[in-house]
Design a protein around this ligand. Structure first.
Ligand SMILES: Cc1cc2nc3c(=O)[nH]c(=O)nc-3n(C[C@H](O)[C@H](O)[C@H](O)COP(=O)(O)OP(=O)(O)OC[C@H]3O[C@@H](n4cnc5c(N)ncnc54)[C@H](O)[C@@H]3O)c2cc1C
Length: 404
């Protein structure tokens, strides 16, 4: 019997990266520790936001308490495991692009009036929500040729070189999962329904076994709740809300060179204004996501509904400024849910002792969970294995502060 039995609930980027760090902690090999990751999706890890995000990793992300730690960990992970080839790690140019869209395809009126909630990625930039306008006529970089110069009003770099990088989030998350498994982490397919406790301390996780339809129990001395938007289904009354967002991926024609830029756009199109984010990826894939909506959270990640009209609208707006993308093929049309701390701030990172000792929470990562995952995972690992977070001061993110 292992002296510690750690169960991680959720195989998104937070759960998989935490499994990786726990399995590599110096005392894991010397102590008898069993780490188990429980994932509800029948398709395995990274089926939610962690597989469908843009993948930006930025020093200008937020909250600042965790950003530098996490960015530096991304750099180390990429060095150690050849992240460049394995999960598309690279530095990118990132800019705010403003301009006009050409009429390509007319979406229906219904499409044009749908929900329009910002993902709020640029809140961490100095000076508030928006970067200043470029002083030059357009400011468009010479090598950024996959948006039309004649439609550009302004391009403004959002951060200095080296402050913005990217990963392919699905490849990063599944690589963390595989590396954790290689190091002995067990994986169970099942949906956690309750955290069991005795005398104020966790004793196990109850889950639904999809094979039998019955309830099973995994004994636990420590539990990490990393179920993203679904976290309140396991620990009721957590102040976590959710927001659905759609995204699509393009495959440009062979031979078309998509240089490494991420654009935060403001497009004034004939059909109205929109602000898709557009991410060039190393394998010449291009990802684009739109704003969020209020669609209610389904019971599991496998039941997330994709609104084809929302995807068509992203496609129409993005292709209204880029001939290269207009001539490409749309390969994926998808949706996923952000988890937000409904009382503001977040993420929640730490031990929720007032609920049960041994219950650790890593959720509510808003639009920056890819960037902030390694920092979250390292901090949780230090807390679980060493009894305190040494690498950063995350007191503001502690459950005792956020959950009061
Ligand atoms: C459109 C969009 C673009 C984004 N772009 C970026 C970006 O560029 N950079 C960035 O840093 N962040 C980005 N994000 C945010 C980022 O995707 C999230 O913050 C991050 O993926 C959250 O990871 P997670 O592991 O907490 O949650 P999730 O990825 O949602 O994973 C939760 C997992 O828990 C599982 N689960 C749920 N309930 C249970 C249960 N009861 N039992 C077992 N398993 C369960 C789910 O099946 C799922 O696999 C973006 C988000 C969106 C929506």
């Amino acid at each position: 019997m292992a002296t510690r039995q750690i169960v991680i609930i959720g195989g998104g980027i937070i759960g998989c990266t935490t499994a990786y760090y726990l399995s590599r902690h110096s005392s894991t090999s010397s102590q008898s520790i069993q780490i188990t990751l429980l994932e509800a999706s029948e398709h395995g890890p990274a089926q939610g936001a962690s597989g469908k995000a843009g993948g930006l990793v930025a020093r200008w992300a937020y909250p600042k308490e965790i950003v530098d730690l996490s960015f530096n960990e991304h750099v180390k992970l990429a060095d150690e495991h050849n992240g460049k080839d394995r999960w598309g790690w690279r530095y990118v140019g990132c800019g705010s692009w403003e301009g006009r869209g050409e009429l390509v395809e007319q979406p229906s009126e219904d499409d044009v009036t749908r929900e329009n909630k910002s993902l709020e990625k640029t809140l961490g930039l100095p000076g508030g929500q928006k970067p200043a306008k470029a002083k030059r006529k357009t400011g468009l970089p010479e090598d950024l040729q996959w948006v039309k110069e004649e439609l550009t009003d302004s391009y403004t770099p959002m951060a200095k070189h080296g402050a913005t990088a990217q990963v392919h989030p699905y490849l990063f998350t599944t690589s963390m999962f595989q590396l954790a498994k290689d190091n002995g982490v067990a994986c169970i397919h099942g949906k956690a329904v309750a955290i069991l406790q005795e005398s104020g301390a966790v004793t196990g996780v109850e889950y639904l076994d999809p094979k039998t339809g019955g309830k099973e129990i995994i004994p636990a001395t420590q539990v990490v709740l990393a179920a993203g938007a679904w976290s309140p289904n396991v620990v009721p009354n957590l102040p976590i809300s959710s927001m659905r967002a759609h995204s699509i991926t393009f495959r440009p024609r062979a031979g078309v060179n998509i240089t490494p830029y991420v654009l935060f756009t403001e497009i004034l199109a004939p059909t109205g204004s929109s602000s898709p984010e557009i991410y060039a990826r190393p394998d010449n894939e291009v990802y684009a996501c739109g704003t969020g909506d209020d669609a209610p959270l389904p019971p599991s990640v496998d039941e997330v509904a994709v609104d084809e009209a929302a995807c068509a609208l992203i496609q129409a707006h993005v292709t209204s400024i880029s001939q290269e993308l207009r001539e490409g093929v749309v390969e994926k049309r998808q949706a996923c849910y952000l988890s937000l701390v409904s009382t503001g701030g977040g993420p929640i990172v730490g031990e929720a002792k007032h609920i049960a000792s041994g219950l650790f929470i890593g959720t509510g990562h808003t639009c920056w969970g890819i960037s902030n995952a390694p920092g979250t995972a390292k901090a949780l690992t230090e807390l679980i294995m060493d009894g305190q977070i040494k690498s950063a001061n995350l007191k503001k993110l502690d459950p005792s502060v956020i959950l009061l």
